[in-house]
Design a protein around this ligand. Structure first.
Ligand SMILES: *Cc1c(COP(=O)(O)O)cnc(C)c1O
Length: 457
């Protein structure tokens, strides 16, 4: 076992391929359905929104897909990212456990999201796309994609959830610095946005609504604009696997192998990026690492939602997929400050949870922020509130190991830093946050709106 604290790979160790879990997953993916007909979609339908290369990746069953050289060149601005042994946190907790974290906060945009943003911008550019539309909630995805579109000389329109647009003006300026156009959603730029504003001019927006607007603009652009999504889809999760491939090499340098791998989940991409390569080792190499996805009790799609077919967006324009969902009409509680607000979950991750190959837990927000503060005060990095969900569970594992007198090796993903989230930290530090659990009645109500899918047997 190494006595080092930082495990740093060379530029030449940067992975040459992404890993596709669908090649090894024992659970076959459910078909992706057209939102109107509820029949399996054709590549034609998807090609209105995405370039063909990404559609082929979406449905690919190849285990490895080569990372194009221009994408690797940009990755080298911040990859390979460090794996850090959290020795000071271990000491603070007085635990026999060894805690490691993969530090994705070192990317230029401050999160893991550039790993797919750069790839998606590259494939769009290669396919002749001129402009991209997307949504952003807290602003992390819009920030990453604005940087990537700037590198590949693509125009970008970002539909930003109105409440975040108002609360996070510097996120907007971040995106504008890279040349993106940012609109507070719902806008009057789309039929759907106009209809919502006619009913309620003060509609605060939601991720599901912003996705609907971005999809509508791309779908009605006559092929000029394509749409890009920052999580949930197979190709997005696959682009994130550089995280886990690097972490495997770094754990080798550390001379240990994880007993448990942890990540927070919104749509599932940073968790899958770290965990899927370790899942491959479980499936093909006899390892027995526990893989734990962590969500907030305010948006508990895996732990409380239904595993069924649902729309990807609120206006029912995005494809219907089988996933853990709180219903496409879901609007997160205003008091919830921790991000991870999407109503659904990546279909591949949902299927693997359903099959028992991945565990899920939900953590309340006060305990989450408490963990964020512990981490900041021991390791010196203020984590994104999203990442703090993973930290909470990593600390709980370390305390459990202490109680049982076990040496446990824990690896979690620090998916981003929290430098744009000071208002959430301020709310916590000044005692304004309370715990919130998404009510069971709301879940039961939303389920009534799900599409009635009848699959041929
Ligand atoms: C967007 C984001 C998440 C949640 O998205 P996933 O697709 O589930 O990874 C988590 N952490 C940070 C820092 C993010 O920006």
């Amino acid at each position: 076992m190494s006595d080092q604290t930082r495990f740093i790979l060379n530029e030449s160790d940067l992975p040459k391929a992404w890993y596709n879990i669908l090649a090894d997953s024992p659970v076959a993916p459910a078909p992706v359905l057209h939102p109107q007909t509820l029949e399996p979609v054709t590549p034609d339908f998807l090609s209105v929104l995405f370039p063909m290369e990404l559609i082929l990746q979406e449905i690919s069953s190849e285990a490895y897909i080569d990372i194009p050289e221009p994408v690797r060149e940009i990755y080298k601005l911040y990859r390979p990212t460090p794996l850090i042994r959290a020795r000071r946190l271990e000491k603070m907790l007085d635990t026999p456990a060894h805690i490691y974290y993969k530090n994705e906060s070192v990317s230029p945009a401050g999160s893991h999201k550039p790993n797919t943003a750069i790839a998606q911008a590259y494939y769009n550019k290669a396919a002749g796309t001129k402009a991209i539309t997307t949504e952003t909630g807290a602003g992390q995805w819009g920030s990453a994609l604005s940087m990537a579109c700037n590198f590949f000389d693509l125009d970008l329109e970002v539909y930003m959830v109105k409440i975040s647009y108002q609360q996070k003006p510097y996120r907007r300026v971040f995106m504008e610095t890279f040349g993106a156009k940012v609109y507070a959603s719902p806008t009057d730029r789309t039929q759907y946005g106009k209809a919502l504003l006619a009913k309620d001019p003060d509609n605060p927006g939601s991720l599901g609504i912003a996705i609907s607007e971005a999809v509508e603009v791309a779908a009605t652009s006559g092929g000029v604009k394509k749409y890009s999504l920052g999580s949930v889809l197979n190709h997005v999760l696959m682009h994130q696997t550089v995280i886990g491939e690097e972490a495997l090499m770094q754990m080798d340098m550390a001379g240990e192998y994880p007993d448990v791998v942890i990540g927070c989940v919104g749509g599932g991409s940073n968790f899958a990026g770290l965990a899927y390569p370790f899942l491959r080792q479980n499936l093909k190499d006899g390892q027995r690492t526990r893989l734990v996805a962590v969500e907030p009790t305010a948006t508990p799609s895996i732990t409380k939602g239904s595993y069924t077919f649902d729309y990807g967006d609120t206006a029912k324009m995005a494809p219907v997929v089988k996933m853990h969902t709180l219903g496409h009409t879901f609007v997160p509680a205003g008091i919830h400050a921790g991000g991870l607000r999407y109503h659904g979950m990546a279909p591949s991750l949902s299927a693997l949870c359903d099959a028992g190959l991945i565990e899920a837990v939900a953590v309340p927000q006060l305990a989450t922020f408490e963990a964020a503060i512990k981490f900041a005060r021991s390791e010196g990095i203020i984590p994104a509130p999203e990442s703090a969900h993973a930290i909470r569970t990593a600390i709980d594992e370390a305390l459990d190991a202490k109680q049982k007198g076990e040496k446990r090796v824990i690896v979690f993903n620090l998916s981003g830093h929290g430098h744009f989230d000071m208002s959430a930290f301020e709310a916590y530090l000044s005692g304004k946050l309370v715990d919130y659990e998404h009510p069971a009645e709301a879940i039961a109500e939303a389920i009534k709106d799900l599409p009635q899918v009848v699959l041929p047997v």
